[in-house]
Design a protein around this ligand. Structure first.
Ligand SMILES: [Zn+2]
Length: 186
């Protein structure tokens, strides 16, 4: 990195999979998985419950990784965005919609294993500073992993972002907006 340029050491640190946020000491895993941990606000659907509660109940519910709301179904999945000049990408956990049959198949596969489902075209439901609106993605199940991958379908602007990478300054601003000032040292 350019020695005369901005100090990105805090950014490099928070991006490391086993890193921590320089400002608050929160593990990177939590920094990025908690930013968009809700599909609906608590007043709409209640608190976030453990995943095991999903099959133990009926009706509207939001768990750590799943949401059932009326006829709508949502799961959290992993979006990996590279950052220009950085060794580590940003890994965001976002909400995507699923049809009821896909959702039920997916939950069954997560619980019991078996043949990995094909990638599924899914709408991304979480709006981030990097996405303008609801966008179409592939949800790609990964055996043995908690979150499936989100892969942009060939449509702007996300496919371009996923190919070209984010500007470091945008990631820094994004972290600041979500309460993590990486210039600050504890
Ligand atoms: Zn922090």
């Amino acid at each position: 990195m350019n020695p005369d340029g901005p100090d990105w050491s805090g950014l490099a640190w928070v991006l490391k999979t086993d890193g921590t946020c320089p400002c608050c000491g929160m593990p990177s895993y939590d920094v990025f998985s908690k930013i968009y941990d809700r599909m609906f606000s608590e007043s709409v659907i209640g608190p976030i419950l453990p995943n095991a509660e999903l099959n133990a109940s009926q009706g509207d519910i939001q768990t750590e990784d799943f949401c059932r709301f009326g006829d709508d179904r949502f799961v959290r999945a992993l979006l990996t965005l590279s950052i220009q000049g950085a060794a580590e990408p940003m890994r965001l956990i976002l909400w995507a919609s699923l049809s009821i049959p896909s959702f039920e198949r997916y939950i069954l596969w997560l619980g019991e294993g078996g043949e990995t489902p094909d990638r599924m075209p899914r709408w991304l439901m979480t709006r981030t500073p990097f996405s303008a609106d609801i966008e179409l993605f592939w949800l790609v199940p990964r055996p043995g992993r908690r979150w499936s991958d989100l892969v942009a379908q060939p449509a702007p602007p996300f496919d371009k972002l996923q190919k070209n990478g984010l500007a470091p300054i945008d990631v820094k601003i994004f972290l600041e907006d979500t309460g993590h000032d990486i210039r600050r040292r504890r």
